[in-house]
Design a protein around this ligand. Structure first.
Ligand SMILES: Cc1cc2nc3c(=O)[nH]c(=O)nc-3n(C[C@H](O)[C@H](O)[C@H](O)COP(=O)(O)OP(=O)(O)OC[C@H]3O[C@@H](n4cnc5c(N)ncnc54)[C@H](O)[C@@H]3O)c2cc1C
Length: 392
């Protein structure tokens, strides 16, 4: 049975992208002050299960920054490439701080209702979106969902389907052993494990850091395999034996790295957000900043009386670069490692971040490509020509 109360918008899923949209609607304009918004999630209890990191000049959650770094490092083949970033910082936000912050804003908003319930399906009726939950069915002009895999997802063309899977430990050491001024973006000097494998280390203080073991491959590992890799890394690289640190928090992630175009709509009245909306940059897994860009675009369109639209996605040439690199990551993992090595050896990290943000010019991209081994890219163009020459 459909609940009587009608909503202008329903946000189904209050994770990174759902809360980003909610925050944007509450923060953007008086236009939304009298709109009735229902937010549904299986739980609104903030969880310390993720750290969201991204680079930017500025961002709407500046006060929530847990830590930021101006200095980034990459380690490969015994060399350390490091750089003081010019225009951006690398920021880290804790998921529970983000959830608390957005939900605090809701408490002073009379037009927002939070509903804790399991979502089962979406539907439409008379040009309204419907969401079926444990607690009934709710309707709205527009539903924004980040919960369910959209219909059509399994039928979209996909040639490369990898997972960026990782486990992270936040550790507290007995003595000072980190330089909190420098974040280690990638350390490739570890045994490769069925795909491109590296460590990531974010030092929060001299004695506290998050260390993550990451692999780009087709299958996740047993939890114990990540954990023993982290233990070995701490021993070998930082000379830290088990009794010299305490694991204070653990996180685990498995983010899709695919060349598919995800359906933007679930149905005519339900728009997909976040990972369900396919907004993740497939070659890096970064999603957080793209979610905010999508939220702003949705708010802008609603204010202008237009229908919200799916995330615009990468321009054609960046889709092609992603398709090429994904192919190499899947089929030529060892060459991929060499490509990353040359990328960081011959290019400024700031330029690489702009390239990953898809903000470089074609000339700048050619300059970057000229520093990389050509042959693997020619092979990937040949193998992926059916995608590249048909609009990617
Ligand atoms: C450990 C980890 C670290 C990450 N770090 C970064 C990073 O540093 N930078 C970056 O850019 N990206 C990062 N990502 C990738 C991405 O930003 C996150 O996965 C992000 O949370 C995706 O946002 P989302 O809104 O799509 O999904 P989620 O944040 O997972 O939100 C989905 C929401 O839907 C709810 N839900 C699911 N099913 C149901 C249901 N049936 N009924 C009701 N509610 C439901 C969940 O409770 C959840 O709140 C990370 C991912 C992980 C897992």
């Amino acid at each position: 049975m459909i609940n009587n109360q009608f909503y202008d918008y329903i946000i189904a899923g209050a994770g990174a992208s759902g809360l980003s949209l909610l925050y944007t609607l509450l923060d953007t304009d008086d236009y939304f002050a009298d709109k009735h918004i229902l937010v549904i999630d299986s739980s609104f209890t903030p969880k310390a299960d993720k750290t969201w990191c991204f680079w930017d000049e500025n961002h709407p959650f500046m006060p929530l920054t847990h830590k930021s770094w101006k200095h980034l490092t990459v380690v490969s083949e015994g060399l350390e490439f490091d750089e003081l970033l010019e225009n951006v910082n690398y920021y880290c936000i804790k998921s529970e701080d983000y959830q608390n912050h957005v939900l605090d804003k809701v408490h002073s908003a009379t037009n927002v209702r939070l509903l804790e319930s399991k979502i089962h399906a979406f539907d439409t009726l008379n040009h309204l979106g419907l969401v079926h939950t444990d607690k009934g069915t709710y309707s709205a002009d527009w539903i924004f969902q980040s919960v369910l895999e959209p219909p059509g997802f399994q039928h979209s063309v996909v040639d490369t389907s990898l997972i960026q899977h990782f486990a992270g430990w936040e550790i507290q050491t007995e003595s000072d052993c980190f330089d909190p001024g420098k974040a280690l973006l990638m350390d490739f000097d570890t045994q490769q494990n069925g795909g491109l494998t590296f460590f990531y280390l974010l030092p929060f203080t001299e004695s506290r850091a998050l260390v993550e073991y990451t692999i780009f491959s087709g299958q996740v590992l047993e939890k114990s395999q990540y954990h023993s890799a982290i233990e070995k890394y701490l021993q070998k690289r930082l000379n830290l034996s088990k009794n010299q640190y305490q694991v204070i928090r653990k996180e685990f992630g498995a983010i899709p790295m695919e060349d598919r175009r995800s359906p933007g709509y679930y149905n005519e009245r339900v728009l997909n957000l976040g990972i369900a909306g396919g907004i993740t940059k497939p070659t890096t897994g970064y999603t957080f900043t793209r979610s905010h860009a999508h939220s702003k675009e949705i708010a802008r369109r609603l204010i202008r009386g237009k229908d919200p639209v799916p995330y615009s996605g990468s321009p054609y040439r960046f889709r092609v670069y992603d398709i090429m690199l994904l192919y190499l990551l899947e089929h030529e993992a060892e060459n991929s490692r060499k490509i990353f090595h040359d990328l960081f050896k011959y290019n400024r990290i700031g330029n690489i971040l702009r390239f990953l943000d898809e903000k470089t010019t074609f000339t700048e991209e050619l300059e970057i490509f000229s520093t990389l081994p050509y042959a693997p890219f020619f092979r990937s163009i040949y193998q992926m020509k059916h995608r590249i020459f048909t609009g990617a």
